[in-house]
Design a protein around this ligand. Sequence first.
Ligand code: ATP
Ligand code: MG
Length: 449
Amino acid sequence: MAKIVEIVIVDDNLGLLESLELYFREKGYAVAIADNGEAGFELIKARKPEVAIVDLRLPGMGGLELLKALKNEDIDCRIVVITAYQEMETTVQAIKLGAFDYLHKPIDIDALDAVVDKALSDIPEKEVIKVIDEDFKENTIVGRSHELKEIFKIIGLLSEVKTTVLIVGESGTGKELVARAIHYHSSFAGEPFVALNCSAIVENLLESELFGHEQGSFTGAVSTKKGKFEIAGSGTLFLDEISELPLHLQAKLLRFMQEREFERVGGNRKIKFNARIIAATNRDLAQMVKEGEFREDLFFRLKVFEIDIPPLRKRKEDIPLLVEYLVKKINRTTGKRILRIPMAAIDRFIEHDWPGNIRELENVLTRAVVLSKDDCLHETSVVNLLRQPHVSHSTSFQLKSLSEIEAQHIAQVLEHCQWNISQAARILGITRPTLRSKIRSLEISPQNS
Ligand SMILES: Nc1ncnc2c1ncn2[C@@H]1O[C@H](COP(=O)(O)OP(=O)(O)OP(=O)(O)O)[C@@H](O)[C@H]1O
Ligand SMILES: [Mg+2]
């Protein structure tokens, strides 16, 4: 993890403020500025920089007040104050209030540079990752491993050509995320992205899900309905868990991929298909072909272009970035504010094997964030969570029903919120009535959780 050193500069002289900002930014620091005491205080509180350069004479909240306020909040930041010669009294006050050093106006940049260096030199090597929320972007693929960089390149290449793609990878490695990235980086990103999970639909309805049906074509077909192929238009059709497609539908899919046109169930009008097909699987299709469970011809049609996403345990250098990104994401969804992640906690994540890949990492982090009592993701809580059998290594995997896990998780969240139903429902992402009905049906009560 790159060491990011942050500096906040507070001065009401805008010219000076901007030139200092430029100067320190050029030197590779992360710089934030404020032109008054109140804003400066908020900025230092929020960003917890290593060093702050503060003019003592500020309109509104002055430099001394700012120092006092920081002291009251117990904010650990080295403050270099800027004073005028005639302000000897206030300078002494500032040093008493904990300022690291002071400089007289007009500012000699070399002297300031030396003071900042001195302030930084005896700060221990950065041991925490700071979570800064501003640059969060949803649906980003995060990582810096060689494997992931190759995938970024492929996504770029595929933006120009509309070939069929097969994405292969263990559960939770990010197959759907990559499929979406391919779509949203392509020249037809404005067209629909339609996802269909081949394992999640009732078999005799799958055909109508895919191809649509004409009114009256079977009992229950009360009106004409477009299928996923038609809805995808000229966009992308994502066939998730393609291995679960029954053999007779594999034949139909193959024919359709060859002809690139289809008919609705019960219809005879040919409809053209212009979308890109991206299929995904966590199973070994070649092996399934050998065992006669998957059609070989369809397999080759799908793997025109294959993307293999390696499991997380084979690209552990992605873990620090992923943890930082996912914590930002979880902060947003849970309303919590984790601002610091100690490197010691990151090390624990790196040691873990992650059989459930990034989804597992996200789940563990969600629990850690929800259970945290302050703005730090402490190593001890990470260790405890990784020790729990249901999030730990697959060898200690416990066979539990979904409702058991659900009951356990809901109970934990409720405990955390001290049975505040609204807050718990918000964290769980369900409505209050749904939560109440789950509490009843899963028989969750405060004493047994
Ligand atoms: N490189 C990544 N950067 C950021 N988030 C990621 C990354 N990879 C996966 N995720 C997140 O992890 C979760 C699981 O990813 P996704 O659903 O794409 O996995 P999958 O391979 O389709 O899993 P499954 O086989 O279980 O369906 C998602 O929340 C996704 O956003
Ligand atoms: Mg998936």
